[in-house]
Design a protein around this ligand. Sequence first.
Ligand code: NAD
Ligand code: 6OD
Length: 484
Amino acid sequence: MKQILNFIQGEYAATDRLFDKHSPLTGEVVAQVHEAGRAEVDAAVAAARAALAGPWGRMSVAERVERLYAVADGIHRRFEEFLAAECQDTGKPRSLASHIDIPRGAANFKVFADVVKNVPTEFFETATPDGRGAINYGWRTPVGVVGVVCPWNLPLLLMTWKVGPALACGNTVVVKPSEETPQTAALLGEVMNEAGIPPGVYNVVHGFGPDSAGEFLTTHPGVDAITFTGETRTGEVIMKAAAQGARPVSLEMGGKNAAIVFDDCDFDAAIEGTMRSVFANCGQVCLGTERVYVQRPLFERFVAALKQQAEALKLGVPDDAATGMGPLISKEHQDKVLSYYRLAAEEGATVVTGGGVPDMGAQLAGGAWVQPTIWTGLPETARVIKEEIFGPCCHIAPFDTEEEVLAKANDNAYGLACAIWTRDLARAHRVAQRMQVGLSWVNSWFLRDLRTPFGGAKQSGIGREGGVHSLEFYTEQKNVCIKL
Ligand code: NAD
Ligand code: 6OD
């Protein structure tokens, strides 16, 4: 059986507490993961702290940048291994992981290396009473040991989205991957060694949240800052943990994102984009759409077209090039999504398509499969409209006016992202600016430029990462004032 080990001080570390990793495709055990206890978390944090004082802490920005480029190259060189590991852990189509997850894993190192290489510093010339003046400049130092707690939906992408900028800024990290997706974080340890990243700079501890590696890491006094991606409820717990020692947190959390389709849109583009935003990664994307609002003249046509395309989606295994959608991450998550499928019916939804479990044949019967699902007819107060489901499903509702749709789309506790489909440029700006979200896409979805501020409003997050915004979190900026 494949063994997934912790990675501490540049070496793989076994423990005597093993848990099973199940395939989302079949339910069978595909690996055993070595759970880190307090001792391993202590060792990882100690290694990360020691590395701050070692060669890593003394490296110039240029030297760090070269090594981060080498990490990016290493991911590309071992692309097939990362791809196989990610697909085995998540069950997602190879076509998706090879276009998004793995290339972004490499890009997250390259882009943030470029950011730190090119970022200017603040400089002020200051008048003094004696007329000689002073100069002031900003100087960035690493925050120290960063605890990185990750979800399972885009494992390598979201982990490196934190580790890339953290290392670029000179920090060291202890990563806690999701218990569902331990493999790519562990594999990255080898790449770090090959790229000449000193031991202790990148550490990985496996396990769960409460009373396990997640809690041990986030409550550890040796951790200077915590960056987290996951559910809002977990983020609240982590924020409390970070309060001990007044440590900074960056929280990227849940969403219940709206798509707004105006009747002047490019219809085919809106359907294509909405198909991706609802069903990509089996709906397990924090930025994904679960609420679609369509202007009334287009409503019936839109529902019919989305239904037709959802029914044409081929569910299948990662290696089949025809696969458009894989399974959910786990049986536990399948239970959650199916409970919302039942709730939608109880709340009075019309099921346009789906709503249950597909027949995948005997070989895949143990997997976490659900049907792509579309509903109409729910009141805005329904829980299915309000709560994050994180599955391949959406509710479509008609609207008449811009004011009406803004009020509906904004009436939610989350505020992560939205997608607006219109050819009216003035309206696009108006609506994008009035949406209470961190990211408004117009005529697109998941079109990413890593230099832009990324994060959520309301209960979707605290803080912004991306480009120079990541430096705000991963560095301590001091003012140096020199009297001339
Ligand atoms: P989760 O909150 O259940 O788990 C995330 C991580 O936190 C896991 O590693 C888990 O082990 C750990 N954890 C759980 N409880 C903990 C605790 N008490 N202390 C410390 N660590 C703990 O989230 P998930 O189910 O893995 O991911 C899905 C969620 O993530 C969805 O809500 C989704 O919207 C959100 N998400 C948000 C973004 C974003 O950028 N805003 C991106 C991806 C996913
Ligand atoms: O693209 C990114 O940088 C990012 N953080 C995406 C988040 C996706 C959520 O599932």
